[in-house]
Ligand binder design. Structure first.
Ligand SMILES: NC(=O)c1ccc[n+]([C@@H]2O[C@H](COP(=O)([O-])OP(=O)(O)OC[C@H]3O[C@@H](n4cnc5c(N)ncnc54)[C@H](O)[C@@H]3O)[C@@H](O)[C@H]2O)c1
Length: 462
């Protein structure tokens, strides 16, 4: 409840002085003043000004038929809109819109699911939505299309999903009325929650965006899920970053996760605790998936493999980090198709939620799994593979890794996911990067490298 009334802008909230302090020093003069007509007039003017200022602050920053910003109980939603702008054309409701929602979520196989995929305009969300649709599940996407990275890429993914019959509703997961409407229109069996503020380093620039999407947004979504009838089973993306300063490798679900190295990691860890609460109180079936550095076609431009490719093709120098003693930085790179297989495995094995009418009727499933590739690759090797694929020599600058939230090493133990989700990653980094580079060149069509596409297409089919 406190969170609802306290402004969440870092540094803005100033605690009031203790009451006894106020009483001792100001009680008498205040009492005298209260009875003067001048004071009463002044009070009315001050109150009126405060109301006007509050109304101005609470007004949505852009028109929308949804009531997203004003309806959210979380102050962070306003902060977000000032710093990371979402698309201004969001609108929802009406008979035609409802028809599209229903059509997109319609199940087309026996025993199929109807899945609400949040973050469907994102990298993982697009691939998961497409895979579910292909096998006959009903899929409805939700995304706010913010400009954390190029919105045109998110729009291109949306167009791709549109072509295969997946409607991506434009809206924020903090928009409670929108979520309730979606659950009114469709009795979703599952929610695949992938919407989030991703990226480790950006958290130092815009911390509020992480609170907005990864904490406030998650709570708003789980509130809608717990009240929905039937309650859906929820599968959501946590992150390998929750292992933080853990040095035991490979990272296992049984290791400590209480030492996050970034605010991003801290919000994902908080998400895991919030998931526990909603499972415990409301009987929601919840599965958290800790993804390890996902890469592939339609990927995220803020990730190293992506911007290295861009820089290499533009002849720009690339910066490679190393540890304080010259140790190489390594990542357990996981190919997108393997992650999709893990997500679907989690959906397929998710048990039903046990609550109805917002009340728990029995214990419900609560799970956490690592989805990685079990083979960490030094970032220097990633660059070597890209050099070969792009046929360019990198101009490398090796610098010590700054203390900005990144960890030196990630390595997943995936035995739990193998056993319980049937998760079996099959794509090595070389194969996956070849597919990524082919997509990159087709999508961006950089001048002078068209020939690479043909070569990589030939080598892929051989
Ligand atoms: N890609 C990785 O390597 C990786 C690793 C670990 C965890 N994850 C997690 O996996 C999930 C998917 O990641 P991704 O790589 O596809 O990221 P992404 O940024 O491409 O996708 C996230 C999508 O969520 C949307 N979004 C953000 N805030 C929203 C909000 N408040 N309301 C509605 N939509 C919102 C964004 O517009 C974006 O399209 C995220 O939860 C991320 O934290 C990703």
């Amino acid at each position: 409840m406190d969170a609802m009334i306290s402004p969440s802008t870092p540094g803005k909230f100033k605690p009031e002085k203790p009451h006894h302090h106020l009483h001792h020093h100001h009680h008498r003069p205040l009492f005298r003043l209260q009875h003067s007509p001048l004071f009463k007039c002044g009070l009315i003017v001050v109150c009126a000004s405060v109301v006007v200022v509050l109304l101005l602050c609470l007004a949505p920053s852009h028109p929308s038929s949804s009531s997203s910003s004003s309806s959210s109980p979380f102050a962070a939603s306003r902060i977000e809109r000032r710093s990371l702008s979402a698309s201004s054309s969001s609108s929802w409701g009406g008979a035609e819109w409802e028809k599209r929602v229903r059509y997109s979520a319609r199940i087309r196989r026996v025993g199929g699911f109807s899945v609400l995929v949040t973050g469907a305009g994102g990298f993982v969300g697009t691939h998961v939505s497409a895979a579910l649709k292909r096998r006959g599940d009903g899929v409805l996407g939700l995304d706010c299309f913010n400009d954390y990275y190029e919105p045109s890429l998110k729009r291109a993914r949306q167009a791709l999903l549109d072509r295969i019959g997946v409607f991506v509703v434009e809206g924020d997961i903090n928009d409670g009325p929108l979520l309730r409407k979606l659950f009114d229109v469709v009795p979703f069996t599952h929610v695949m929650h992938l919407a989030a503020q991703a990226g480790v380093r950006y958290a130092m620039k815009n911390p509020a965006s992480y609170v907005h999407s990864n904490i406030a947004g998650l709570v708003t979504l789980l509130e809608a899920c717990k009240s929905a009838d039937p309650q859906p089973a929820v599968v959501w993306a946590s992150s390998s970053s929750v292992y933080g300063l853990n040095t035991k490798v490979p990272f296992s679900e049984f290791h400590r996760t209480d030492r996050p190295a970034s605010l991003y990691a801290a919000t994902k860890k908080a998400g895991e605790e919030i998931a526990h609460t909603y499972n415990h109180i409301y009987g929601l079936s919840i599965t958290g998936l800790r993804f390890f550095t996902v890469y592939g076609p339609w990927g995220r431009p803020d990730m190293a493999y992506f911007f290295f490719t861009n820089d290499l093709l533009n002849g720009k120098p690339i910066t490679i980090f190393e540890g304080p003693k010259g140790e190489s930085v390594a990542r357990d790179f996981t190919y997108i198709d393997d992650i999709v297989q893990g997500c679907i495995g989690a959906l397929d094995t998710a048990k039903k939620s046990t609550g109805t009418g917002g009340k728990k009727r029995g214990p419900a499933q609560l799970r956490v799994y690592n989805l990685g590739n079990t083979s960490p690759v030094p970032v220097t090797e990633l660059v070597t593979i890209l050099e070969r694929l792009l046929k360019v020599k990198a101009n490398k600058k090796v610098v010590k890794m700054p203390a900005n939230g990144d960890v030196q090493f990630t390595h997943a133990n995936i035995s739990l996911a193998q056993r319980e989700l049937g998760y079996h990653p099959t794509t090595d980094l070389k194969t996956g990067l070849k597919r990524f580079v082919r997509w990159y060149i087709e999508y961006y069509n950089p001048p002078g490298v068209a020939s690479l596409t043909k070569k990589s297409a030939r080598s892929n089919s051989s």
